[in-house]
Ligand binder design. Structure first.
Ligand SMILES: [Fe+2]
Length: 196
C-alpha cells in the first residue's frame, strides 16, 4: 500500500501504520499514538481547513462524524467532529474500541463515570460521576474500551479530530441515564465521507 505523505493526514496515517506494525500491545499502542495525533492537531493546514468542515447533525437519535480515512489493513478510522456551543451529549461508552479525542478548536468539558452495579440486571445500570475536566485546543483525551463518559461543548463551536480503533456506527454502544438507572444500547455516529 502506498501512502501519500505530502498532506498532514497522509503523514499521520503513515506514522500510525508504522506504530501499529511495531506495537502489538493495545494499551501501549494507544498511549503512543497520542503525540502523533498532537502533531496532526498542530498542523496549520489542518487548523485552516477545519474552519470549513461542515456542521455535524444529529439525526434520528444518531450523531454524525466526518470520515476522513479508514485504514484497509488495521481498521483504524480518522474522524472529524464539529459541534455547536453548549451541546450536552448523553452519557455513553464506545463499546470495545479505543478512541483518541483531539481538540482542534473550542473547549469541551469531559465527565467520566464509574459503574456501581455488576451489570447482571438487563436494561439497568447505576453510574456515578467520577471526575470532570476541561480540554481545549491541542489536548488529547484517551478513551479506553467501555469507559463511561460524556462531552459537553463550551461557549463556542467545537472542532475535534477523533481516532478510533474501528470505524463506529456499525456496532452497538452503551447509553446510560443516571436519573432512572436506565441502560440501553444504540448505534454510534453516522459516518460521512469528507475531505480533510
Ligand atoms: Fe464519546
Amino acid at each position: 500500500m502506498v501512502i501519500k505523505t505530502e498532506t498532514a493526514l497522509g503523514r499521520f496515517v503513515a506514522k500510525t501504520r508504522e506504530l501499529f506494525a511495531q506495537e502489538p500491545d493495545l494499551a501501549k499502542r494507544w498511549e503512543k499514538l497520542t503525540p502523533i495525533l498532537s502533531e496532526l492537531l498542530a498542523d496549520p493546514e489542518v487548523q485552516r481547513s477545519s474552519k470549513q468542515w461542515p456542521d455535524c447533525v444529529v439525526k434520528d437519535g444518531r450523531a454524525e462524524n466526518l470520515l476522513f480515512y479508514e485504514d484497509p489493513d488495521y481498521g483504524f478510522a480518522v474522524n472529524g467532529l464539529t459541534k455547536l456551543p453548549n451541546i450536552h451529549g448523553r452519557i455513553h461508552d464506545h463499546a470495545h474500541i479505543y478512541t483518541l479525542y483531539g481538540v482542534l478548536d473550542g473547549t469541551e468539558t469531559i465527565e467520566r463515570y464509574k459503574r456501581l452495579d455488576d451489570g447482571s440486571k438487563p436494561d439497568y445500570a447505576e453510574v456515578q460521576l467520577d471526575g470532570s475536566f476541561v480540554v481545549g485546543p491541542g489536548d488529547v483525551d484517551l478513551v479506553p474500551p467501555h469507559q463511561i463518559h460524556t462531552e459537553q461543548s463550551g461557549e463556542e463551536r467545537t472542532v475535534a479530530v477523533i481516532i478510533r480503533s474501528e470505524k463506529s456506527g456499525g456496532f452497538l454502544q452503551g447509553r446510560y441515564e443516571p436519573d432512572t438507572n436506565r441502560y440501553y444500547q444504540g448505534y454510534g455516529p453516522r459516518q460521512t465521507p469528507t475531505e480533510m
